[in-house]
Design a protein around this ligand. Structure first.
Ligand code: GLU
Length: 409
């Protein structure tokens, strides 16, 4: 039985109460374009493997389609549809001039050599390049991809279209990337945690935080939150977790990137990855994959505040249980929006052909995210709804207005 994410419920609720035609609702709910391509690859040993590549372009009423490329075994078209829709609401909520998209390749990057991955990534662009471009659709890193893959994408794109750094974001700084993009999502998560604590009258510096998922987003959020004074009592990756009520040494945890948690020896108690979700803490940050918080574990969550660093980490049923328990949730479309926001700065930098300084990136990021937060808090007080529902109301309305005013392009 597939898990239904809290995203679907919030989307449906907003559409239900929205004063617009059924046709408009259908347009807001479904992607504008979907492409699936076959990707044959000659492997290093001479054998042939066949992969599938996807791009779902959800909506471009407010600007070019924008969203990451995911390399993961457990992806399919439905998955990308939800993730692309999430991007549309995320970019609208923080009010940057983009739409939403998502895509990737159904593969396990760990099973491929670097050479195979490079060929596969470039083949993906060769087969889909008609979709992409700085004013059309701009890919970025997501699960299983990072600056290295973005360089390959850009290189394949430029072979066909000439120099165009703005066609991809999340590139290395040396190829037109922007300072601060790598840590941007984690930084945003930390900032929203701080602001949510202020709003809920929680003193962050005396609070215990648990982080489920220690990839790029989770590890940066952990580091910045500990710099803000919070105590990171638990953290996990897919192999297992660590718990220390006095606080884990985040610098040490980050120092051996790539080494699985289960194989480490650090000060604390070894626990399972899922134990982190029910550990005794004040703030829980799901930073791993979709559908982490379900009806089976939501009841055992002890945290009072959840900040969704991953996309779609909470199912509808889990959300109902958590709301019943009085847990506040900062939804993914806001909580992890720091990444795409700095992608927007990178795209602006590329069109100016002039590099932004790190201080400027930090300043603009904090200012843009704070405006989105203030707007959400104010609207939520008026609407008396959850952060998620209010966020969807704001974002979907912005997209609806753009579609109407621009006349359904
Ligand atoms: N993959 C990231 C996300 O889900 C970043 C997308 C981007 O920068 O375009 O928000």
């Amino acid at each position: 039985m597939p898990q239904i994410s809290a995203h679907c419920k919030a989307l449906n609720n907003t559409l239900e109460k929205m004063d617009c035609s059924g046709e408009m609702k259908a347009l807001l709910k479904t992607p504008q374009r979907e492409l699936i391509v076959e990707l044959p690859l000659k492997k290093d040993d001479g054998s042939i493997a066949i992969f599938k590549g996807y791009r779902v372009q959800d909506n471009n009423s407010r600007g070019p389609y924008k969203g990451g490329l995911r390399f993961n075994e457990n992806v399919d078209l439905d998955h990308f549809r939800d993730l692309a829709s999430v991007m549309t609401w995320k970019t609208a909520l923080v009010d940057i001039p983009f739409g939403g998209a998502k895509g990737g390749i159904s593969c396990n990057p760990k099973d491929l050599s670097e050479n195979e991955l490079e060929t596969l990534t470039k083949r993906f662009i060769e087969k889909t390049s008609m979709l992409f471009g700085p004013s059309l659709d701009i890919p970025a890193p997501d699960m299983g991809t990072g600056p290295r893959e973005m360089t390959w994408l850009m290189s394949a794109f430029e072979k066909l279209h000439g120099y165009s750094p703005g066609a991809v974001t999340g590139k290395p700084v040396e190829f037109g990337g922007i300072e601060g993009r790598v840590e941007a999502t984690g930084k945003g998560v930390a900032l929203f945690t701080k602001w949510a604590c202020e709003e809920e009258d929680i003193d962050l510096s005396s609070r215990r935080v648990a982080i489920h998922g220690f990839g790029n987003v989770g590890s940066h959020a952990a580091m910045i939150l500990s710099e803000m004074g919070a105590t990171i009592v638990a953290a996990s990756d897919a192999s297992g977790g660590w718990y220390n009520p006095k606080g884990l040494d985040i610098t040490e945890l980050r120092s051996e990137q790539g080494k699985e948690f289960a194989d480490r020896e650090i000060e604390g108690e070894k626990i399972s990855s899922s134990d982190v979700l029910s550990i005794d803490c004040d703030i829980l940050i799901p930073a791993a994959i979709e559908n982490t918080l379900t009806k089976d574990n939501a009841n055992s969550v002890k945290a009072r505040l959840i900040v969704e660093a991953a996309n779609l980490p909470t199912t509808t049923e889990a959300e109902e249980i958590l709301e019943e328990k009085g847990v506040t949730i900062v939804p993914d479309i806001l909580a992890n929006s720091g990444g795409v926001t700095v992608s927007f700065f990178e795209w602006a930098q590329n069109s100016q052909n002039f590099p932004w300084k790190k201080e400027k990136v930090d300043r603009e990021l904090e200012s843009l995210l704070k405006s989105a937060w203030n707007n959400l808090v104010q609207s939520r007080t008026e609407a008396k709804e959850s952060y998620r529902q209010t966020a969807y109301d704001i974002a979907i309305n912005r997209v609806r207005v753009a579609m109407l005013k621009k006349g359904f392009r």
